[in-house]
Ligand binder design. Structure first.
Ligand code: PEP
Ligand code: MG
Length: 603
C-alpha cells in the first residue's frame, strides 16, 4: 500500500493490502474504526443522498414546494427591507426569478419522483447541472449568474429544514465524509451516533472537532478531493491516531488497526480519586475543570475528577431552524447543568454567535465573519435576546452556583455595558418577586486587544477565561477553521507565549481567577508551558481530564519554569517544535511518547 498526502494512490500487488487506497491527512480526534462511508454535501445545510419509498414521493415533492414558497417569502421580505438599495433589490429579484423558473423546478420534482431521492439531493444535483452550464458561458455577465443560482440552491436547502424523524438513524458503523462539517451538523449527527468523521477541511480548534473529541469520535481532516475519492457505501478504515484513512481496507489493515495501541502519554494505569486535591510534585494545587458544549451530563467529568465546568458554550443551544431557545428552556438547562456541577459551579458563556448563524438575511455578506458581528457585539445589537438569556441565567443562579462569561471582549466598556444589563434585569426580577442570584461576571480573553487592556479588564471582571483557540487565531492572523493554514496555527509561537504570560501574571498579581479553557489546556504537550507561565486552573474536554491530571501530578512547577526559560530562548523558525520536543525529552524522558502525539503547530 502506498501513502501520499491527499492524493489517492492505488497500491500494487502487495500481499493483503492489494487494492487499498491510503489517504494521508491530519488527526483531529483520536481513535480507530472500520466502517461504511456516507458522503455529506451542501454548505450551511448539509445533507446526504437518501433513497425514498414510492409512497413518500408526494410528501417529498410537497416538502420541496413548501421550501420554494418559504424561500420566495424570505426574499420578498429582505428585498422590501432593503432600505432603498437598488442593487440589493435587483439581486433578490433575480433570485426570485430563479425560484419561479418552471423548467428548473420541474426538473427537481421529476428527479424526486423518478429517481426516488430526497429533495435535498435533487435540489443539489439539478442546481449543480444548471450552474455548470452558466460557468461554461463566455459572456462574463451571464457566467456569473451561477453565483446567484448557488445562493438560491442554499436558500432552498435551508428552507427544507430538518429532515423527518426517519432520517435520524445511521448505521452504527457510518463514517461521515464531507468537504467541511458545520458544528450544527455535528450536533445533529451526534444524536445519530456515527462511527467517525473525515473531512477535506477543518482545524484542530474548529468547533466541529472540539465536539468530535468531546463525543470521543475518531476524526481525520485535510484530505483533499476526499468527496471525489470515496463512494457512498464503500468500506473505509479511519485511523484517528495517524491521521489517515484507508479505502477498501484489506484484512491485514483491519486487524492491525483494531489491535493498534496508542496511549499517547506513558502514564501507567493511574486511577485518580475524583475527590482528591490535584497537585504538582512540588505541592502546587492545580484545578482541572471540564468544558461542556452539548447539554449532556456532567457525570462523566465528575467521575474523572473535574472540579466543575469551566466553560459551557451556550450557543450550541441555538438552532438555525428554531432560533434562540426560550427563556424557560434556557432556565431549565442552566439549572440542570449547574445543579449537577454542585459547589464547584459552572461558568456559562453567553451566546458566542455570529450574525450569519443567526440570520442569513441580515448577515449580508460579511467578508470576515470572525472579525464581524459576533459574541458580545451581536448581543449588543440583539439586546432583547441578550436580556432573555440574562434573565434565564439570573433565575437559574438563585439556587445554583453559576458564573457568567462574556465572549469576544476587547475593552472594559463592553463589560460595563453587560454588567449594566445584568443589574437592571436583576432589579426587575427581584421587584417582581422572582428569586434570582448574583452571579460572578467574567470574560473570555481571546482578542489580542484584551491582552493589552488586561489591567482594566481585570478591574472590571470577577474572573477571566483565557480562550487560546481564538487568541492564537487573532494573534497570528490564522483562520482556526482553515486547513490550508494549519501549519501557521502555531500555539507555541513566542507571541502566544508572551500574551499568555502577560495575562496570567497580571491575574495572579491581582488575585483574580484565570482559567485557560481553549484546546491548549487539554493537550499534554502544552501542560508544562502553561504551568510554567503561571496557569493554575485549566478547563478541557472531559476526555482529556484523566491524562492531563495524571501528567500534572508528575510535573514540578520549578521544572516547568526551567523548561519555559529554555523555550523562550528559541527562535520562531521551523525548528522550534523539534527543539521543544528535545527539551522535554531531556527533562522528562519517558513521560512523553512523541511517536504518537501530534506536532505542536497542528494542535
Ligand atoms: C477559545 O476561543 O479558546 C474558546 C475557548 O472559545 P471557542 O473555542 O468557543 O471560540
Ligand atoms: Mg473563542
Amino acid at each position: 500500500m502506498t501513502e501520499q498526502h491527499g492524493k489517492p494512490i492505488v497500491s500494487g500487488p502487495a500481499g493483503n493490502t492489494d487494492g487499498e487506497i491510503s489517504l494521508q491527512g491530519r488527526s483531529v480526534s483520536r481513535g480507530a474504526v472500520v466502517g461504511t462511508a456516507l458522503c455529506l454535501y451542501g454548505g450551511k445545510r448539509q445533507f446526504y443522498k437518501k433513497e425514498i419509498a414510492g409512497e413518500q414521493v408526494d410528501g417529498e415533492v410537497m416538502r420541496f414546494r413548501e421550501a420554494v414558497d418559504a424561500s420566495k417569502e424570505q426574499l420578498s421580505t429582505i428585498a422590501s427591507d432593503g432600505n432603498g438599495d437598488g442593487n440589493q433589490a435587483r439581486i433578490f429579484e433575480t433570485h426570485i426569478l430563479f425560484l419561479e423558473d418552471r423548467s428548473l423546478l420541474s426538473q427537481i420534482e421529476s428527479m424526486i419522483s423518478e429517481q426516488r431521492v430526497n429533495a435535498e439531493w435533487a435540489v443539489r444535483t439539478v442546481i449543480d447541472k444548471y450552474a455548470s452550464r452558466y460557468k461554461a458561458l463566455t459572456d462574463k455577465h451571464l457566467q456569473e449568474k451561477y453565483i446567484d443560482l448557488e445562493d438560491v440552491g442554499e436558500r432552498i436547502l435551508s428552507s427544507l429544514g430538518t429532515d423527518s424523524e426517519n432520517d435520524l438513524s445511521l448505521d452504527s458503523d457510518t463514517v461521515i465524509i464531507a468537504k467541511e462539517l458545520n458544528p450544527s451538523t455535528m450536533i445533529e449527527l451526534s444524536k445519530r451516533n456515527p462511527a467517525a468523521v473525515v473531512t477535506e477541511n477543518g482545524g484542530w480548534t474548529s468547533h466541529t472537532f472540539i465536539l468530535a473529541r468531546e463525543l470521543d469520535l475518531p476524526a481525520v481532516t485535510g484530505i483533499k478531493q476526499l468527496l471525489r475519492s470515496v463512494e457512498n457505501g464503500e468500506k473505509i478504515a479511519v485511523d484517528g491516531y495517524e491521521g489517515r484513512v484507508i479505502l477498501r481496507p484489506g484484512k491485514e489493515t483491519i486487524d492491525n488497526l483494531k489491535s493498534s495501541k496508542h496511549e499517547g502519554i506513558n502514564l501507567g494505569d493511574t486511577e485518580l480519586d475524583p475527590g482528591a486535591r490535584l497537585e504538582t510534585l512540588d505541592g502546587q494545587e492545580i484545578t482541572v475543570r471540564a468544558n461542556l458544549d452539548l447539554s449532556t451530563d456532567y457525570g462523566p467529568a465528575k467521575k474523572v475528577g473535574a472540579k466543575g465546568i469551566g466553560l459551557y458554550r451556550s450557543e450550541f443551544l441555538f438552532n438555525r431552524y428554531r432560533g434562540y431557545p426560550s427563556e424557560e428552556e434556557q432556565f431549565k438547562i442552566y439549572s440542570r447543568i449547574a445543579s449537577e456541577s454542585d459547589d464547584h459551579g459552572v461558568r456559562i458563556r453567553t451566546f458566542d454567535l455570529s450574525i450569519n448563524q443567526v440570520s442569513a438575511g441580515l448577515a449580508g455578506r460579511e467578508k470576515n465573519p470572525a472579525l464581524g458581528l459576533r459574541g458580545i457585539r451581536l448581543s449588543m445589537r440583539f439586546e432583547a435576546e441578550f436580556r432573555i438569556q440574562v434573565r434565564a441565567l439570573l433565575k437559574a443562579s438563585s439556587a445554583n452556583s453559576i458564573s457568567v462569561v462574556l465572549p469576544m471582549i476587547s475593552d472594559a466598556d463592553e463589560i460595563k455595558w453587560a454588567r449594566g444589563v445584568i443589574s437592571e434585569e436583576r432589579e426587575r426580577l427581584l421587584s417582581a418577586g422572582v428569586p434570582c442570584g448574583d452571579p460572578a461576571v467574567g470574560v473570555m480573553v481571546e482578542v489580542p486587544a484584551a491582552v493589552f487592556a488586561i489591567e482594566r479588564i481585570l478591574d472590571a471582571s470577577d474572573f477571566v477565561n483565557i480562550g487560546t483557540n481564538d487568541l492564537v487565531q487573532y494573534l497570528l492572523a490564522v483562520d482556526r477553521d482553515n486547513e490550508e493554514v494549519a501549519d501557521w496555527f502555531r500555539t507555541v509561537h513566542s507571541s502566544v507565549i508572551g500574551a499568555l504570560g502577560k495575562v496570567l501574571q497580571a491575574a495572579n498579581r491581582k488575585g483574580v481567577s484565570a482559567l485557560v479553557c481553549g484546546e491548549m489546556a487539554g493537550s499534554p504537550l502544552y501542560t508544562p508551558i502553561l504551568l510554567g507561565l503561571g496557569a493554575r486552573e485549566l478547563s478541557m474536554n472531559v476526555n482529556s481530564v484523566p491524562r492531563i491530571s495524571a501528567l500534572i501530578s508528575r510535573l514540578a512547577i520549578e521544572e516547568c519554569e526551567e523548561v519555559l526559560k529554555e523555550i523562550e530562548g528559541l527562535s520562531d523558525g521551523p525548528d522550534r517544535d523539534a527543539e521543544i520536543r528535545r527539551i522535554y525529552q531531556n527533562k522528562w524522558a519517558g513521560l512523553f511518547d512523541f511517536s504518537s502525539l501530534l506536532t505542536f503547530s497542528r494542535r
